[in-house]
Design a protein around this ligand. Structure first.
Ligand SMILES: C[S@@+](CC[C@H](N)C(=O)[O-])C[C@H]1O[C@@H](n2cnc3c(N)ncnc32)[C@H](O)[C@@H]1O
Length: 300
């Protein structure tokens, strides 16, 4: 498998399947369908009495996932489970899923390789395109509006908080002086001019951090994750399992703290004392897996 192909392979696939422990007649929710790699794994273990509900707020991702799973269901014939799709943010999960009805809930946070690799979506600092960064392309301000409309102080706070960038004021000043900012390439150059890389030709860490900050803010990603942890205990059956994969410390901190607090309140039994990470072979093949951290818990 080439690295390009590996980018489309779901992260920590075997580990997700082990923790979810899919029962053929169970009900499962994939909160982040993406390219439906994990979802296909779940569907293939379900029988005709089983059910998967899949969420994605990105209409393009949802259509691709729908097409992929339709092929799998057709192949499974009369042994196929029921699959339902919800094209909304997973913070709305409690409006679509009945209380205490779910055996397993999966969330693989962040952007998909589809979103990241597609220059026009505006997530990547390696491409040159309008700075969109919305997962749900139907609504809400783009990151470009944020970059051009926020005050310098607000921008600095955002880059500090969501990018964990110490020199956020310097970065924000350079961005504001460079306005109007109309492309990902221009934004990357402005950040690099303010905090140059250690070596000529490298991308400075501040660029990645600034892009991460804008993406998190534009998609309200941390609020979404908090809402999911709030809803999950009510939706899972006793012994139902929650499996989450995070890709940076802000996401993982919410997961870790929510599970710890829930454990103290008798809601969760922790299944992963330390987060599960990818092994060397997976990291070699799939660079995205290098920062992945899986945490799992069982509803008491
Ligand atoms: C990392 S990808 C998931 C990949 C997937 N597990 C697979 O096997 O292909 C994350 C997906 O979740 C979606 N997503 C992220 N946050 C979301 C949210 N709050 N609500 C609904 N979908 C979300 C993104 O649009 C993206 O398609």
């Amino acid at each position: 498998m080439t690295q390009q192909q590996a980018r489309h392979v779901p992260v920590l696939f075997d580990e997700v399947m082990d923790f979810l422990r899919v029962r053929p007649d169970g009900a499962y929710v994939d909160c982040t369908l993406g390219l439906a790699g994990h979802a296909e794994g779940i569907v293939r273990q379900l029988g005709p009495a089983g059910r998967l509900i899949g969420f994605d707020r990105d209409p393009e991702a949802l259509e691709l996932a729908r097409a992929r799973l339709a092929r799998v269901l057709e192949e499974m014939g009369n042994q196929a489970p029921q699959v339902n799709f919800v094209g909304e943010a997973f913070s709305s999960i409690a409006s679509h899923v009945n209380p205490a009805s779910v055996d397993g809930l999966l969330a693989d946070f962040g952007v998909s390789s589809l979103q990241f690799d597609e220059a026009r979506r505006g997530f990547s600092f390696q491409a040159d395109a309008p700075i969109d960064m919305r997962m749900d392309t139907r609504s809400g301000p783009t990151a470009q509006q944020v970059v051009n409309e926020m005050s310098e102080r607000e921008l600095a706070n955002l880059i500090y908080e969501y990018g964990e960038e110490r020199r956020s004021r310097t970065v924000a000043r350079a961005i504001v002086r460079g306005r109007p900012v109309t492309s990902t390439g221009q934004l990357a150059r402005l950040v690099a001019s303010a905090v140059p890389p250690m070596k000529y030709g490298q991308t400075p860490p501040a660029t990645r951090k600034t892009f991460q900050a804008l993406r998190i803010y534009t998609n309200q990603e941390l609020e979404e994750i908090r809402a999911l942890f709030e809803a999950a205990p009510k939706l899972l059956k006793p012994s139902g399992r929650l499996v989450v994969i995070s890709f940076h410390s802000l996401e993982d901190r919410i997961a870790k703290d929510s599970i710890r607090e829930g454990t103290q309140q008798g809601i969760w039994k922790v299944l992963t004392r330390k987060p599960v990470t990818a092994g060397d072979p997976e990291m070699d093949l799939n660079p995205r897996s290098r920062s992945a951290k899986l945490r799992a818990a069982e509803r008491q």
